[in-house]
Design a protein around this ligand. Structure first.
Ligand code: DGJ
Length: 722
């Protein structure tokens, strides 16, 4: 039983970890522990003296040491004398802003809970859910804290449901998914920041006293910050040390706040961004918060990443493509941009088919009047004049070549210059009387509206029914601004951002359900919405618009902390690279792109015979190793943002593949030595079909890499058990 209740103590155990809480003498749900299993009630560690200016609840009487300003809690709230960052803030009908949550029972259920309208980890096997009920006795505001357990991956999920059990309406000003108090330890935090074409850069900092934050207010999870965070002890590295990872399954504006308080305790609050958020709850209405996926590792970041990779691969990604081999695709975007017709596309497909590529993806520009990025979005009508054929004819021509056909959409957008906008200007998000703030000359559709979603469902599904389409690239190229919907009452506009996300999920749910054979790849100007929420609908995501192999090693490095390689869309593109002008060899570009859902994005017909043959070999190589790459254990062998090289390794069934890049070359270098991971110390291995090394030698001693000739030098070692 992963969930145990012993008098007033709740313990959730996974294979290697324990999460513990207790109900204290005042009925407050205290947090006791998250870490290794101890077999003990950890409450003995939490003994609080009187801390001046930290107030006590009235019912604590003269016990001044009892203060919600210091005591670790499971779900902290405003108005209780807790001056730290809090999870819940409720504006009551009388104007007071307080909620005093006390224990009101619990339930243990078989299976993992789901969340209406929101993505959530699912589990078919022996998982369990713990629900703990809290209530404010004065207002009857109720909170259900939900804990899901995926024991074998050391995963605990958290979510909260807030219900207004009172007679009149209340307003939520903040409703976080999780409050995690960590009373002891000196922690660093790692967050993943960036910008368009440079997503998920890793930044590690010691916590300072006060509040630090990683968040998005853009309506999407964003390029700038990713909704995931790691707290790790000072000495933690890839292989050693305690760390806690938390990933929010949410694709909209989010907030991760961490406070190191006056007595050196750490609190993490994670959930929907409370800026510009409010939610009215009428009598008996409920609000569901998005889910946080949590894991603790005492074996450093590698183990933490393995836990997240496992749960995302097996319990977040859904649909036929969760387990199916992902096709090797060629996308025409960087080959043609908007300048193509059906013949040009077929020509690319023809050569690609000869090289073993499985699928042709037709990117932006096939619909409406869209020959550049200033018009046409929203008009999901095939531009047959441009293609010089129908889409169904084009898809047939592609399938006659033995290839699958995929198509780009940007469903959530509308161009000012579009028939859709001319007909439905009210469908675009903009404030009344103000000009819209536009990103890439486009506006965002009001996805809170059911008529908008209905239009999109019909447009997309009729195209999917009309042509033989195996894949959709679901793009989204805007930060969202000017939040206003004529369908939302003016005093409830604070609900719009979350309602937008619910609208996107609703449409994705319907389409993925009704078209189970279509592979959905998410995209948002590259990796601007790369989060566990989107991966619930789209088992892969275009990782970045930056296809430069050198930059990609860093982007994919940051991405790998939480997201498995099978979810990372990665393509070989042309040189000089279109984003950076950098030149790297086809070999290196292939190696870097193989650490993902592999494909090509270049004018394959402009390549020499020699280059085309190399691509043929790469495709064979990738397919041969696809299972190892997508389903093997992934290890980071270097710190790609600090070291002179980026190296990673896949391990499965007695095989390993080490890949990567040495960044620069210099004369008179000696060999770099790489230590492998995940091998059996007592077994023997050959490398690139040569030699005989014990696993111990390769892991503790290492292996000498080639001395690089030329910058961005590709590294590849095939390791096989003898
Ligand atoms: C942004 C995407 O990230 C690109 O891959 C491409 O699809 C363009 N949009 C098309 O407009």
């Amino acid at each position: 039983m992963p969930i145990n209740v012993n008098e007033n103590v709740f313990s959730i155990e996974t294979e290697n970890t324990m999460y513990q809480m207790c109900i204290d003498e005042l009925g407050v749900l205290r947090h006791l522990w998250y870490g290794k299993k101890t077999g003990n009630d950890m409450g003995y560690l939490l003994d609080y003296p009187y801390i001046c200016f930290s107030p006590s609840p009235y019912d604590a009487g003269n016990n001044r040491g009892y203060s919600l300003d210091t005591i670790p809690q499971e779900y902290s709230a405003v108005g209780t004398g807790d001056f730290r960052i809090t999870a819940l803030s409720v504006l009551n009908t009388d104007g007071s802003e307080a909620v005093d949550l006390r224990y009101n029972g619990y339930k243990i259920c078989k299976g993992k809970y789901s969340i209406p309208g929101l993505p959530a980890v699912y589990a078919e096997d022996d998982s369990e859910t713990l629900e703990i009920y809290l209530v404010d006795k004065l207002t009857n505001v109720q909170v259900v804290l939900k804990y899901g357990v995926i024991s074998k991956y050391d995963i605990i999920t958290r979510s909260a449901v807030i219900c207004n059990g009172g007679e009149s309406s209340i307003t939520l000003k903040n409703a976080a998914s999780m409050c995690l108090d960590i009373p002891y330890g000196q922690w660093d935090w790692i967050h993943f920041h960036g910008r368009h074409a440079m997503e998920r850069m890793v930044e590690r900092r010691p916590l300072f006293h006060g509040i630090q934050e990683s968040s998005s207010k853009r309506g999407t999870s964003s390029h700038q910050q990713n909704p995931a965070v790691i707290l790790c002890d000072k000495n933690c590295n890839e292989d050693y040390g305690d760390c806690i990872g938390a990933a929010l399954m949410y694709s909209g504006s989010f907030g991760i706040k961490i406070e190191l308080d006056q007595v050196n305790q750490t609190r993490v609050i994670m959930g929907i961004n409370s800026d510009n958020f409010s939610w009215t709850l009428n009598k008996n209405e409920e609000f569901y918060t998005p889910e946080v996926i949590l894991s603790f590792s005492d074996g450093g970041f590698s183990k933490l990443s393995h836990n997240f990779h496992n749960v995302i691969r097996n319990n977040v990604c859904r649909g036929n493509y969760k387990t199916c081999e992902r096709p090797v695709l060629i996308n025409n975007w960087e080959a043609t941009y908007f300048d193509f017709d059906g013949d040009k596309i077929e020509k690319i497909a023809k050569t690609a088919a000869q090289l073993g590529i499985d699928m042709l993806v037709l990117d932006d520009g096939w619909f409406g009047k869209r020959n550049d990025d200033t018009s046409g979005l929203g008009d999901w009508v095939v531009n047959e004049d441009k293609l010089k054929c129908s889409l169904s004819q084009l898809s047939k021509r592609i399938s006659n070549l033995g290839m699958k056909f995929g198509l780009w959409f940007e469903p959530e957008m509308i161009s000012e210059d579009s028939d859709l906008y001319r007909t439905h200007p009210e469908w675009a998000i903009k404030m009344p009387g103000r000009n819209p703030v536009q990103c890439r000359s486009q506006m965002v559709l009001d996805m809170t509206r059911s008529d908008v979603r209905h239009y999109l469902y019909n447009s997309i599904s009729s195209i999917l029914k009309d042509a033989d389409i195996s894949y959709i690239k679901w793009d989204m190229n805007s930060s969202i601004n000017g939040w206003y919907s004529e369908k939302i009452p003016s005093d409830r506009m604070g609900e719009m951002q979350h309602r937008y996300v619910l609208g996107v999920y609703d449409l994705l749910e319907r389409l993925t359900h009704d078209f189970p054979n279509v592979l959905f790849e998410g995209c948002s100007g590259g990796g601007g919405r790369f989060d566990a929420g989107m991966l619930y609908y789209c088992p892969q995501f275009w990782c970045s618009d930056n296809t430069d192999s050198f930059d990609r090693t860093k982007i994919q490095y940051g991405t790998s902390f939480f997201y498995p390689v099978s979810t990372v869309g990665s393509h070989v593109s042309a040189v000089p690279n279109h984003q950076t002008g950098r030149i790297s060899s086809l070999n290196t570009r292939g190696i870097v792109s193989m650490a993902g859902s592999f494909g090509y994005e270049l004018d394959i017909n402009s390549l020499s015979d020699d280059e085309q043959n190399k691509i043929k070999e790469q495709v064979i190589k990738f397919k041969k190793n696809r299972d190892l790459i997508h389903n093997g254990k992934y290890y980071r062998l270097s710190n790609a943002t600090e070291d002179d090289f980026a190296l990673w390794e896949f391990v499965k069934d007695g095989k390993a593949l080490v890949q990567g890049m040495i960044f620069n070359t210099e004369p008179n270098l000696i060999h770099y030595c790489v230590k492998l991971k995940g091998l059996d110390a007592n077994k023997k291995y050959k490398i690139n079909s040569n030699g005989c090394y014990t696993g111990a030698a390769l892991m503790y001693g290492g292996f000498l890499l080639d001395i690089p000739r030329g910058d961005y030098y590709g590294v590849e070692l095939y390791v096989e058990e003898i």
